[in-house]
Design a protein around this ligand. Structure first.
Ligand code: HEM
Length: 75
């Protein structure tokens, strides 16, 4: 339970970081910086990758819980 709460908080924090990097890349592109520093365009990818991991974890959480609860009670 505590772990899924942490995961959701992390997903929320990562979404802010991701949005920040997208805005930064857009400003850099408008300023013409991306012509020399192409890596600025790739800046949103690491947080997006982590968002995918934490997001998919949240997605499967209800199905995992359902399976766990459906299992016969041992003893
Ligand atoms: C990359 C793949 C992503 C996947 C698979 C994914 C998946 C999910 C899932 C399953 C939830 C929970 C929805 C629910 O409560 O039922 C969620 C919540 C959320 N997602 Fe994502 N997401 C992704 C990317 C993003 C991105 C790019 C953003 C924003 C920049 C974002 C922002 C949020 C926010 C703010 C929430 C609500 C978190 C909360 O409850 O506090 N996600 N996402």
């Amino acid at each position: 339970m505590a772990w899924s709460k942490r995961n959701r908080q992390l997903h929320r924090l990562l979404s802010l970081i991701f949005t920040g990097t997208v805005v930064l890349a857009m400003i850099a592109a408008a300023a013409g910086l991306t012509e020399t520093a192409i890596w600025l365009f790739y800046l949103p990818l690491p947080p997006l990758f982590l968002l995918m991991g934490t997001g998919l974890y949240m997605y499967v959480q209800p199905y995992r819980a359902k399976r766990r609860n459906a299992r016969p009670n041992p003893a």
